[in-house]
Design a protein around this ligand. Structure first.
Ligand code: SAM
Length: 216
C-alpha cells in the first residue's frame, strides 16, 4: 500500500539534501529532485523508518536500493537535460528512475528480475510516474529505441558492454560502474560528435553485479 508523504518525511528529506550537499553534490536540479521524491515509498517496509538515511537497503531478490549519495552522484555526472532520451539498466526499486523522471527525461528502464519489475511497475502506476519500464537483459540495451542521449547503469559490470556503446547517441554520455562483482570504479563514457570515445575514471563504489549476456 502506498505510504503517505507527511511533514515528517519532508523534513527528513531536507536533512538528507543538506547531507548530500556536504558530501559534494552541487547540482541544484538533482538536489531538488532528491528533496521531492519520497524515498520511503520505494523502500521495503522493514526499512521505511530508515528511508532518509544515506544508505543502501535490501529490496528483495538479493538486490538493493542504491544509497542516495550514489543516486545523486550518478545523476549529477550524467548531466541529463529535459527531453533527453535516457536508458537506465537496473530499475530495481525505481528510486533512481523516479529521480530521472523528475528531471524531465524520457526514460526507458530495464530490470532483469521479474518480481522487482512487477512491483516497481505497479508502484509507478500508483504514483502516476511516466516511464517505460521493461523486463529483460539490460546488458543488451534496447536496440529498437536507440540511440539514447544518456545511458546509466546501476549495477557493476565487468567491462563496458559494446552493445551499450553502440546505442549511445553522438554527443551522448554513459555512466557505468566497472570492476569485479563487489567493487567498481565509476566510468563516464562520452561519445563525441565525430564518434570518438572519451573514457574517464571516477570514484570507487560497490554495486550488486550486472548479470547478463554482455555482463557477468
Ligand atoms: N536503480 C536501482 C534503484 O534505484 O533501486 C538500483 C538497483 S540495484 C543496485 C541494481 C539492479 O540491477 C537490480 O535490481 C538487479 O536485478 C538489476 N540488474 C542486474 N543485472 C541486470 C541486467 N542485465 N539487466 C537489467 N537489470 C539488471
Amino acid at each position: 500500500m502506498l505510504q503517505p508523504d507527511s511533514y515528517k518525511e519532508k523534513g527528513a528529506r531536507k536533512l538528507l539534501v543538506k547531507e548530500l550537499k556536504g558530501k559534494g553534490i552541487t547540482d541544484e536540479r538533482v538536489l531538488t529532485a532528491i528533496g521531492e521524491v519520497a524515498r520511503h515509498q520505494f523502500i521495503h517496509k522493514d526499512f521505511k523508518h530508515l528511508a532518509y538515511h544515506d544508505k543502501a537497503f535490501p529490496i528483495g531478490e538479493g538486490q538493493t536500493i542504491s544509497q542516495p549519495y550514489t543516486v545523486a552522484y550518478q545523476t549529477q555526472m550524467l548531466h541529463p537535460e529535459v527531453g533527453d532520451k535516457v536508458l537506465e539498466i537496473g530499475t530495481g526499486s525505481g528510486y533512481q528512475a523516479a529521480i530521472l523522471v523528475k528531471l524531465g527525461v524520457e526514460l526507458f528502464s530495464i530490470e532483469r528480475q521479474p518480481k522487482l519489475y512487477a512491483k516497481t511497475k505497479k508502484l509507478f502506476e500508483d504514483l502516476n510516474l511516466k516511464a517505460n519500464l521493461i523486463l529483460g537483459d539490460g546488458s543488451l540495451g534496447l536496440p529498437n529505441e536507440a540511440p539514447f542521449d544518456r545511458i546509466i547503469v546501476t549495477a557493476g559490470a565487468p567491462k563496458i558492454p559494446d552493445t551499450l556503446i553502440n546505442q549511445l547517441a553522438f554527443g551522448g554520455i554513459m555512466i557505468i560502474p566497472v570492476g569485479n562483482n563487489t567493487h567498481q570504479t565509476m566510468h563516464i563514457l562520452i561519445k563525441k560528435p565525430d564518434g570518438s570515445l572519451e573514457n574517464i575514471s571516477l570514484d570507487q563504489f560497490s554495486f550488486v553485479p550486472l548479470i547478463g549476456s554482455q555482463a557477468w
